[in-house]
Design a protein around this ligand. Structure first.
Ligand code: ATP
Ligand code: MG
Length: 358
């Protein structure tokens, strides 16, 4: 008797700009690893963002949301562009789609890996002194609480924002960080400002308690100001960075800048049930859309994160990551990585597919 194959359903929301071009490559890569690692995969496309506005007037049509609800994960491209600026906030491609998706699925956790690849260390603005050490970090950011969502107010002469965190909110994000670290280099650096903030004191206590369940993972605490500095001085000391919403917002952008290559950076937003939305860290890049030169790697690596964090297909995720590394090492890259390159989006995708087929 043959074992029943695992089956995963993915809502594929390619969106606008370079979204559809890079998504096509990610879909090919996913089909190849599904074959190779023997799981079933249904990839169902739906409209989102500007493309959905053009078709239906809504950035997140009911049919798209329904598809997401029937799926095991969302693979998201990118949304927005000059054509759709000036609309009301909840009708804008980005705010009108990503925020409701985050809310509907309670995506409280944002993962942003950042790497300096040895073959392209010169992409980093910290080249050569710091980039030669390398960097391989994962920023785990709390996404639905903290100061961005606390009570706010203002009068003509003053204003306030409130930061609140509950033990439950801190605990669930801390567990994601420790789980991730135990599949990486077993180190968590928890970021706070416990010398001045009550929320940070609670954060520290709670993270300490969660750490007891992960004896194999080393925990350290670092103040946000020191962490911002340490990241540019010696990023190789970090493995997983555990951050609240505000500090994670800042550090994840700092990490992206240090990596120096938007076209290579994936991201994931997860809830507590293994459901996630996976998308490139960069945007719809309207300046290069339709030219066949966009880098598909961020989208392909986002698909790898989906296999790891939503489906538990670690081997397939690693295979994709290794195929990407191999392409980079062979200098099969788009022009954002090497201005002299003649490889386009499809050629890079094809090279990764060919490597996976070997
Ligand atoms: P904003 O970030 O304000 O939304 P934007 O959407 O234009 O603006 P991004 O889409 O993030 O910004 O792109 C910023 C720059 O990085 C652009 O010049 C874009 O061409 C480039 N870029 C982003 N993603 C890629 C990619 N996958 N391949 C090649 N270049 C990219
Ligand atoms: Mg953008």
């Amino acid at each position: 008797r043959t074992a029943v194959k695992k089956q995963y359903k993915v809502a594929v929301l390619a969106g606008d700009g370079i979204g559809p071009e890079v998504m096509a490559e990610a879909e090919k890569v996913l089909q190849v690893v599904a074959d190779k690692f023997q799981f079933g995969l249904t990839l169902t496309p739906a409209l989102v963002g500007g493309a959905a506005i053009d078709a239906s007037g809504e950035p997140l049509p009911a049919a798209t949301l329904a598809l997401c609800q029937q799926s095991d994960a969302i693979l998201f491209g990118s949304v927005g562009g000059p054509k759709w600026t000036g609309l009301a906030p909840d009708k804008q491609p980005e705010r009108g789609s990503l925020l409701p998706l985050r809310k509907t699925f309670d995506l409280f956790c944002n993962l942003r890996p950042g790497q300096i690849y040895p073959a392209f260390a010169e992409l980093s603005p910290l080249h050569p002194r710091v980039s030669s050490q390398g960097m391989d970090v994962l920023c785990v950011r709390e996404l639905t609480g903290g100061i961005y969502f606390g009570e706010k107010g203002r009068t003509d002469t003053d204003a306030f924002d409130t930061q609140r965190y509950s033990v439950a909110e801190i605990e669930r994000i801390a567990r994601v960080a420790f789980d991730a670290a135990s599949k990486r280099s077993n180190k968590v650096t928890s970021i706070d400002k416990a010398n001045v903030l009550q929320t940070s004191i609670l954060w520290r206590e709670t993270v300490e308690r969660v750490a007891k369940d992960y004896p194999g993972v080393t925990l350290e605490h670092m103040y946000i100001d020191n962490a911002a500095m340490q990241l540019i001085r010696s990023p190789q000391q970090f493995d997983v960075l555990l951050c609240d919403n505000l500090f994670g917002d800042i550090l994840s952008d700092e990490i992206a800048a240090i990596a120096g290559s938007l076209g290579l950076l994936p991201s994931a937003s997860l809830n507590g049930n293994g459901f996630g939305l996976y998308e490139p860290a960069g945007g719809s890049a309207p300046d290069i859309a339709g030219k066949g030169i966009a880098n598909p790697i961020a989208q392909i690596l986002s698909a790898a994160l989906m296999l790891r964090y939503s489906f538990g297909e670690e081997d397939a995720a690693r295979a994709i990551e290794q195929a990407v590394q191999q392409c980079l090492a062979q200098h099969i890259v788009t022009r954002d990585i090497n201005p002299n390159s003649t490889y386009g989006t499809a050629a890079v995708g094809a090279a990764i597919v060919a490597t996976l087929r070997q």
